[in-house]
Design a binder for this molecule. Structure first.
Ligand code: SF4
Ligand code: SF4
Length: 303
């Protein structure tokens, strides 16, 4: 298969972002991730295939989906899907005029993604920006992402990869090595707690970070601040020491926990495990900022 024909499932493309790297950026989000963070605010990004989202409140009872599929019944409150039987085929979404039934994700070839992303080239050039490939985990679609990174770079586009730092193959690691900038997530220091919170130990993630630092790659660290999971002083001080030792971290972004993704769990018919988790008070976020600023690396809230 020619590299231009490799595919990945894209769940959204956002244009005009200032937070996903330097300058003005267009960010393409790919489905598929090896981690299962309890606080994930993009649950639609976790599986590598398109998924049906159901929003009964959007249903206008037009009846177009009635009798279409054994997994779907139309009730007075809107559509109800039997998730155990639904194959995510998307047929019901095709006929739904209101997006009460709508798919998360659509397959793109490298060539199609490239053409979409090149529409904003003038913005990248004027602002010192570029493309960011995020997810999910961009390196899960290793062949697609490697080909896309190379094609964009050959066209003079700066490419950032937003990564959880857990490469699933040698080529996935090569994707990270090839990127011009890495937005690298760290989600706690203790390996056992990290495994409970994300499904994997963080030892591979720390090794990957050190490896990329040894190569001198530009890195922005992203730290979700999740009450009761990643916000205690001991964890934060150990993370700060690790980050300071890497040598090529250009910025630290602190991302306070929020529950904006909760509605998407409902749309996917999955439980939201973080329900009831409070947000961190502003004063605590400021205290945490001072811990990381002490590394001498510029630190900001948000990103
Ligand atoms: S996505 Fe396909 S299988 Fe699932 S409810 Fe809709 S039509 Fe049925
Ligand atoms: S097609 Fe959409 S809007 Fe029409 S009845 Fe079905 S869910 Fe409701």
């Amino acid at each position: 298969m020619a590299a231009d024909e490799y595919t990945a499932v894209v769940f959204t493309i956002t244009r005009g972002s200032f937070v996903d790297g330097w300058g003005i950026r267009t960010t393409i989000f790919l489905k598929g991730c090896p981690l299962r963070c309890k606080w994930c605010c993009n649950p639609e990004s976790q599986q590598p295939y398109p998924e049906l989202g159901v929003t009964p409140s959007e249903c206008n009872q037009c009846g177009a989906c009635r009798g279409l599929c054994k997994s779907l019944t139309l009730e007075s409150g809107g559509p109800v899907v039997d998730r155990a039987r639904c194959t995510n085929c998307g047929k019901c979404a095709e006929v739904c005029p209101t997006k009460a039934l709508a798919m998360f994700g659509e397959a793109y070839t490298v060539e199609r993604a490239f053409q979409e992303l090149m529409r904003d080239k003038a913005y990248y050039d004027r602002s010192g920006g570029g493309v960011t490939i995020g997810g999910g985990e961009a390196t899960m679609s290793d062949k697609f992402t490697y080909a896309l990174v190379k094609k964009l770079q050959e066209a003079g586009v700066h490419v950032a990869i937003d990564t959880c730092g857990y490469p699933v193959s040698p080529l996935a690691l090569k994707v990270l090595e090839q990127a011009d900038l890495l937005l690298f997530d760290l989600k706690g220091f203790d390996p056992e707690r990290h495994r409970r919170d994300t499904g994997v130990s963080n030892e591979v993630i720390h090794d990957t970070l050190r490896h990329l630092g040894a190569l001198g790659k530009d890195i922005i660290i992203r730290l979700p601040l999740v009450p009761g999971h990643t916000d205690d002083d001991e964890t934060l001080r150990k993370e700060a020491a690790l980050i300071a030792s890497v040598g090529s971290v250009r910025r630290i972004d602190l991302i306070p926990y929020h529950d904006f993704g909760a509605v998407k769990y409902e749309q996917l018919g999955r439980p939201y495990k973080m329900a009831g988790t409070p947000r961190l008070p502003d004063e605590r976020v400021e205290e945490i900022r001072r811990i990381f600023e002490a590394t001498g690396i510029p630190t900001q809230i948000g990103g």
